[in-house]
Design a protein around this ligand. Structure first.
Ligand SMILES: Nc1ncnc2c1ncn2[C@@H]1O[C@H](COP(=O)(O)OP(=O)(O)OP(=O)(O)O)[C@@H](O)[C@H]1O
Ligand SMILES: Cc1cn([C@H]2C[C@H](O)[C@@H](COP(=O)(O)O)O2)c(=O)[nH]c1=O
Length: 419
């Protein structure tokens, strides 16, 4: 397997490694060299005497890679001794798109041999690289040892590298693989993913059959198309229903109703597959818009902004600042997807949104840690919404009463769409 990666991007030692010791701060970045450099040691403040390993998921088959990585955390949590801590890790070439190899860094304070047995099994049977780390000498310098497969099992390979500090890259590594792993910018790219899943996810075929029958629509529409976006419970359903009535419009949504039987199934899949499903949903909806907007205005409950914003926020690890900068190509609109006339983003304070969620009877029992993680995720979704362009969204304060929100939005629509 090592040979495969060498042919694609160069030698293993040309990669930079990022370990997420703490999601609130930057990862620890390190590189590999033949000898240790003078200066600060990597891991000085974060590792003591634990045994350490890393796992890197790699396969030329993007579906195999996504599926295996998608299930790996669960598998490791079940099989490894409870004294093992799993940290997210990426291996990448700075500024090289699509170069990220996802994986985990493992701190093991158990005394058992179970960890090496589990990792050896993975190396033998699955699309992974395994490395172990040793700390030696008076100056406590770390080295990385890439494991190899042999006929008798696995061995700690002869390839030993010195672990040296690496510079923080300009962009967080998780941003390098967004295009076509998390967000699809053409119908064809999303379609290909579901085509490749046909054998392992039979439902993909049913979805593709529907998609094959879609009506193509990229043209400018006779009547305006107005999208209402926002986080869960910001009032989209309430507003889209009243708007539809007030304007004598047609109400559509993305993903469209016809995909409902498969949505839950695709929600359990890793991001590559799940996001391709949602992307195709937009193209199906675009076909419906093309038909309906000949006769009346169209109100849309979610569209491309949701697809891209949720995907980007999920893909980008750690802090809000790790999101790609405003103006980045990841916030662009797909060239082959019908553009709406206006996109309105409903915005609420986290407290009011939580209150509405609770009134609705959901999300009552989150643990504090999960809430915090979620809060960061929500912030990333909102920020990503606001950075998407072509068209960009107009933010609407959704905190007044339903009728006041409706009146405010009607004014905006009259002003921007001359309705
Ligand atoms: N302007 C408002 N003021 C107070 N409560 C509201 C307002 N708009 C909606 N609500 C209430 O907030 C809850 C969430 O509203 P709604 O279902 O319309 O949100 P949503 O954005 O469509 O949610 P989701 O995306 O999760 O489907 C509902 O109980 C609804 O009655
Ligand atoms: C359209 C769309 C939705 N999602 C996710 C985001 C939310 O968690 C739910 C909300 O869906 P609802 O139908 O409004 O309740 O689905 C997504 O990830 N990508 C999308 O394109």
């Amino acid at each position: 397997m090592a040979r495969r990666i060498l042919s694609r991007f160069g030698h293993w030692s040309s990669y930079v490694f990022a370990v997420e010791f703490d999601t609130k701060s930057d990862p620890i970045y390190f590189a590999l060299e033949g000898k240790h450099s003078e200066g600060p040691q990597v891991f000085r403040n974060v590792l003591a005497d634990e045994r350490c390993y890393s796992l890197h998921v790699y396969s030329d088959d993007i579906i195999e890679r996504a599926k295996f990585y998608g299930g790996l955390k669960n598998k490791l949590s079940k099989e490894l001794p409870s004294e093992c801590t799993l940290l997210e890790m990426s291996t990448f070439q700075p500024n090289v798109k699509d170069s990220v190899i996802k994986g985990y860094f493992l701190k093991d304070s158990s005394k058992s041999s179970a960890t090496e047995r589990v990792l050896g099994e993975l190396l033998r049977n699955d699309p992974v690289y395994v490395c172990s780390y040793l700390c030696g000498g008076e100056d406590r310098q770390w080295s990385q040892h890439l494991w190899s497969n042999t006929e008798d099992g696995w061995v700690v390979g002869s390839e030993k590298y010195c672990v040296v500090p690496a510079e923080k890259p300009k962009h967080h590594p998780s941003t390098l693989n967004i295009i076509n792993d998390d967000v699809f910018y053409s119908f064809e790219d999303a379609y290909k993913v579901l085509q490749q899943c046909g054998d392992i996810i039979p439902e993909s075929k049913a979805v593709l059959e529907l998609v094959d029958q879609r009506l193509e629509s990229k043209e400018k529409t006779a009547f305006p198309v107005i999208v209402i976006e926002g986080l869960d419970a910001t009032g989209k359903t309430t507003l889209t229903e009243s708007l539809t009535e007030a304007l004598g419009a047609t109400l559509l949504r993305s993903p469209p109703q016809c995909l409902s039987p498969w949505r839950a199934r695709f929600d359990t899949e890793p991001p590559l597959i799940r996001r391709a499903f949602y992307a195709l949903g937009n193209y199906l909806t675009a076909g419906q818009i093309g038909q309906e907007a000949r006769k009346a205005p169209v109100i849309l409950d979610r569209y491309w902004h949701s697809t891209a914003a949720y995907a980007i926020a999920t893909a980008v690890g750690g802090k809000l600042g790790n999101l790609p900068q405003a103006g980045s190509e990841v916030y662009g609109w797909p060239g082959d997807l019908l553009r709406p006339s206006l996109v309105l983003l409903l915005s609420l304070s986290p407290q009011e949104r939580m209150r509405r969620l609770q009134v609705r009877g959901q999300d009552k029992t989150r643990e504090e840690e999960e809430l915090e993680a979620n809060h960061l995720f929500r912030q990333k979704v909102e920020e990503a919404y606001q950075r998407i362009e072509g068209p960009a969204c107009v933010t609407v304060d959704a905190s007044p009463s339903p009728d006041q929100v409706l009146q405010q939005v009607l004014l905006l629509i009259r002003e921007k769409c001359h309705l």
